[in-house]
Design a protein around this ligand. Structure first.
Ligand code: NAD
Ligand code: WQD
Length: 336
């Protein structure tokens, strides 16, 4: 298939491009490089041994999109492009709605214009808000606690309306839990700008001596050790889930939502311990107050994805930490 990957030089997008190319798909990457670097394209090509086409454009650039849809016989779109920092979204809501929601609408309009009606959308477990129970199933109530989450929810709702109005759309809403890890080659991984918001990139920078200590947000949650628990999933498993989703959509019309998670959860302190084991260094940490908006425990029921996509996460916590560390060392040594 010819697949357009928006946000394809980003963290999850780049791993998915590798997976798509290995499965024999032709990939066209679109990214405005607001949160990634062009050199990722060469690294994707190095891993896969195949050429990828790259366009540095934004998803709201109608002219740029027209050029791609006219030039290549795009058959499906995997839509990763978007801003994802929860804190920034609280401070700059309009930027998030404009980039994520308005940008997505323009992309979907262009898809409709060129009759490309197969879409995989990067949603998030954040659309479940603060769930009443865990594990989380796809039919749980949806809500948002910040503009980033609301942008995901709005896009999901727009897509549900589109599927209702035109049943020839084939749409998958993939709700990721906590993506971590990096490609086992060590050539691509998460490359945060500035101070990392997420746990694993922060731990990796502490291990590498770039930050003094980790602040553990909260020690009084009702969990095994008082720290927050999440469903960490290896990005390579996540990437494989997208390829399986394209296979599924090839055979069915309509709109579907799937949790992509492992069904397991780990505390912050368990993650610290696992990372220490992977890198052979100690990770200094200090307890700090709870981070506003955080919930105690979040993990998926991945049963629907297993049943309908034939997909399940395979990689262990040790592999996640080992691969993050390998990538951290590569990125440092190569000034990435
Ligand atoms: P990322 O920032 O690494 O990748 C997103 C890419 O989109 C970046 O390369 C960025 O330059 C690009 N981009 C942003 N706005 C754009 C625009 N208007 N036009 C073109 N390109 C644009 O993030 P990621 O972690 O790879 O996340 C990918 C998607 O998955 C995002 O939509 C994110 O919201 C979603 N998601 C991520 C997580 C996570 O924890 N990483 C969890 C759930 C959902
Ligand atoms: C994990 C745990 C923190 C950093 C976020 C978004 C969510 C989704 C995934 C996109 C929590 C603790 C963290 C630190 C810490 N993204 N922590 N010290 O909050 O589950 O989810 O990323 O859709 O929308 O909200 O992930 O990695 O930030 O935090 O103690 O320096 O680590 O409190 O318990 P989170 P995270």
């Amino acid at each position: 298939m010819n697949v357009l990957v928006t946000g394809g030089t980003g963290y999850i997008g780049s791993h998915t491009c590798v997976e798509l190319m290995s499965a024999g798909h032709e990939v066209v990457i679109l990214d405005n490089l607001s949160n990634s670097k062009k050199s990722v394209v060469q690294r994707i090509e190095k891993i896969s041994g195949k050429a990828a086409r790259f366009f540095q454009i934004a998803i709201r650039d109608r002219g740029g999109l027209e050029e791609i849809f006219r030039k290549y016989r795009i058959e499906a779109v995997i839509h990763f492009a978007g801003l994802k920092a929860v804190g920034d979204s609280v401070e700059q809501p309009l930027r998030y709605y404009e980039n994520n929601v308005a940008g997505s609408v323009i992309l979907f309009e262009m898809m409709a214009k060129y009759s490309v009606k197969t879409l995989v959308f990067s949603s998030s477990a954040t659309v479940y808000g603060d769930p009443e129970t865990v594990p989380i199933q796809e039919n749980f109530p949806l809500s948002a606690t910040n503009p980033y989450g609301r942008s995901k929810l709005m896009i999901e709702e727009i897509l549900r309306d589109m599927a209702k109005a035109d049943p020839s759309w084939r749409i998958a809403l993939l709700r990721y839990f906590n993506p971590v890890g990096a490609h086992c080659s060590g050539l691509i991984g998460e490359d945060p700008n500035g101070i990392p918001n997420n746990l694993l990139p922060y731990i990796a920078q502490v291990a590498d001596g770039r930050r003094e200590h980790l602040s553990v947000f909260g020690d009084d949650y009702p969990t095994i050790d008082g720290t927050g628990m999440r469903d960490y999933i290896h990005v390579a498993d996540l990437a494989a889930g997208h390829v399986r989703t394209l296979d599924k959509l090839a055979g069915t019309g309509g709109i579907f939502a799937y949790n992509l998670g492992t069904g397991q959860s780990h505390s912050v302190l368990e993650m610290v311990k696992a990372f220490e084991k992977a890198c052979g260094r100690s990770i200094p940490y200090k307890f700090a107050p709870r981070r506003p908006g955080d919930i105690a425990v979040c993990y998926a029921d991945p049963g629907l994805a297993r049943k309908e996509l034939g997909w399940q996460a395979e990689k262990t916590l040790d592999e996640m930490c080992r691969d993050v560390w390998r990538w951290q060392v590569f990125a440092r040594n190569n000034n990435i």
